[in-house]
Write a protein that binds this ligand. Structure first.
Ligand SMILES: [Zn+2]
Length: 89
């Protein structure tokens, strides 16, 4: 089980959080069909660090960006999503 350091609540068990999606799958509202297909259906699922959107659903309910290594599950960064909001390019 992961221990996630919520910026509001401090270290909490993964069970308090809900995984939403990889950040790269969040699309701008004016994205083309080709961009949508590429981002949603042709991702490589590569090893390494993944930027992910999580929610502290059983805590402060904040949306968080968590940079997590998908093989080791090491968490490299946790930040409030609202402070970082911008559609990926
Ligand atoms: Zn929290």
């Amino acid at each position: 089980m992961l221990l996630i350091n919520c910026p509001h609540c401090g270290p909490r068990a993964q069970a308090e959080f809900g995984f939403e999606r990889p950040v790269e799958t969040i699309l701008p509202v004016d994205a083309s069909t080709a961009t949508m297909v590429e981002r949603l259906y042709t991702r490589t699922n590569a090893r390494g660090v993944s930027a992910e959107l999580w929610r502290h659903s059983h805590g402060c309910r904040a949306w968080l960006r968590i940079d997590r290594h998908v093989v080791t599950h090491e968490i490299l960064c946790v930040a409030l999503w609202v402070a970082l909001w911008q559609a990926p390019q």
